[in-house]
Design a protein around this ligand. Sequence first.
Ligand code: ATP
Ligand code: MG
Length: 578
Amino acid sequence: MSTLFLRTLREDPADAEVASHRLLVRAGYVRRVAPGVYSWLPLGYRVLRRVEAIVREEMERMGAQEVHFPALVPREIYETSGRWTDYGDLLFRLKDRKGADYLLAPTHEELFTLLVKGEYSSYKDYPVTLFQIQTKYRDEARPRAGILRGREFVMKDSYSFDLDDEGLAKSYADHRLAYQRMFERLGLDYRIVFAVSGAMGGSASEEFLAPTPSGEDSFVQCENCDYAANTEAVEIAVPAPVDAAEHPLMQVLDTPDTPTIATLVDHLNGLDLGRTFTGADTLKNLVLKTLAPGSTHWELLVVGVPGDRDVDLKRLQGQLEPAEVAQAEPADLAAQPRLVKGYIGPQILKELGIRYLVDPLVVPGSAWVTGANAPGRHAAAVVRGRDFEPDGEIGAVEIRDGDLCARCGGRLSIARGIEIGHIFQLGRKYATAFGLDALGPDAKPIHITMGSYGVGVSRAVAALAEQHSDELGLVWPSSVAPADVHLVAAGKDDQLAAAEKLATEFAAAGVSVLFDDRAGVSVGVKFKDAELIGVPVIVVVGRGLVDGLVEVRNRASGEREDVALDAVVAQVARQITI
Ligand code: ATP
Ligand code: MG
């Protein structure tokens, strides 16, 4: 440490919101260059490379082969897939000296597809899975939390190429297993959650989330069965459909000054309608607008949810992608004078040519109190399938703790996590765009089907720091720690000499050592640094030396033990190999 390129900080960086960011900066692992752009210093780079090595080993174990693509890619390739436009502002675009457009790749589906197309032609060549560990670029709207959400970051991305759906299912399952193994080895606590809902009919897609309160992704898990899904994909239990004929005819009511659900419910309960109303009896209609990729024209979209529920815009966004979605503004509403703010009902939307989607909680045949499209008026017994017919369903309500599982009816609870991996059955989108076919045994072309799979390698370092730290600093799992042992020599000459000798012996035993040999630094400061840096075993050569003893500390548990100087190398080496 007397020569190590390392300066720890006593103060938290001003811009740090989460523990991993704070600690990785304070412990001298990373330094900020620009928002979402970081340099790796020696200790940090060691951890990153150890994470990378585990990811690589597990990819190779499953039979994937490593390649490496450029990050700098010409526009044309991403035009073919449509992503030059679809990726929007997230894409870093640049021009070369001749004015040609380039981009810095956010992922590499296009290049992998083209590479395989260039080399392979026969069905006998398949299947194949390729991967790379590479720097990716995304102009994130909100680069956050240090390396957790970078604009430049390291990702392992892999792609499987199969002849049929069965092959794809196997490649997907192989990846799933490889990810389980790698996250296990990394020492990450993780959950596998559905990333697309069955209702959308999408092909399989799952995310690996590291649960932590500071995570950006919320996900939902069932307290009864093993169902877990991110909040974009979650499906909750809905009431059974109702026979529309059960309901009385629609009735328009005078409800002056009731533009909110609360004022409406109060008013309804003041009328003598023979029953009590709650927000859950009302249908709330939210006016949004969507922008299709490549289009400049925003289209109105109305979304209907039970009045006691909030709309989750992020959840909607996830399902409407790649279209953008936003709240309609007063100007958008002004162009549709029949939509009366506070009194909108779906009865006239077909006529107006406005797309209407309802949350699945608004089941077929259900009756609602909703706007009557006139100021101060609502309509009761407005029935889905009789008085209005939505253009489709979309999971729109904000999921709440206690919503019910669509699988088993158990209670759902909400937690937060960091997305560390994603596996996804892409299907034939890219094979179609790039004409990736294999010549079949009957000389007919077979359309290749693909999977795409990502691991956030640099993000995993942050996720590990998030899960493995305490108020004193980092606490690395031994599989990724920057060293096996942090050796602290107290100030006296004989202590330093004994520690020096120990350091050599550790190295000879294959134990990597971070040796604090700094002169003129108090032992208190050395301990503080050791705790901050987070190597799992701390060996202290100090006062006990006169009795032939050194102290072995477990950074995670805080346990301390005196061990004979001549036995400590063997003991620690044994601990580490377990
Ligand atoms: P997010 O929802 O967090 O923006 P994503 O779903 O867009 O991520 P993918 O395209 O699935 O990300 O990328 C694969 C993996 O790369 C993710 O699971 C994540 O671990 C990692 N990753 C994505 N964006 C970033 C980023 N900005 N910084 C660090 N890692 C990232
Ligand atoms: Mg993802």
